[in-house]
Design a protein. Structure first.
Length: 117
């Protein structure tokens, strides 16, 4: 199984951007999908996840970012609004994917988001 992230780019502060993570198989209701981000020299930070229990967001993105699953396209999307320069980072999608032998964690490649002031 592979995850492929896309949608990063350069945007002005206050603008919006939508990231998408394509999963190479159907997204199972037992999967837990997430978005992380990492700044240069910083730790990889969990910013949003979605699963059967609902969605969770980091305080830093609450009310600005929305994570969703598209079961037709097999994507996990991150709609980002009211972007701030401090949102500049490489964004990664992660899947904790259910299998009969247990959960498997898989990372997608990063996509760079740059927010200019």
């Amino acid at each position: 199984v592979q995850l492929q992230a896309s949608g990063g780019g350069l945007v002005q502060a206050g603008g919006s951007l939508r990231l998408s993570c394509l999963v190479s198989r159907s997204i199972d209701s037992r999967d837990i999908m997430a978005w992380y981000r990492q700044t240069p020299g910083g730790d990889r930070e969990l910013i949003a996840n979605i699963g059967s229990g609902g969605t969770n967001y980091a305080d830093s993105v609450e009310d600005r970012f929305t994570v969703s699953v598209d079961n037709v396209k097999n994507t996990v999307d991150l709609q980002m609004t009211r972007l701030k320069p401090e949102d500049t980072a490489v964004y990664y999608c992660h899947g904790k994917l259910f299998s009969p032998r247990g959960y498997v964690g898989i990372w997608g490649q990063g996509t760079l988001v740059t927010v200019s002031s």
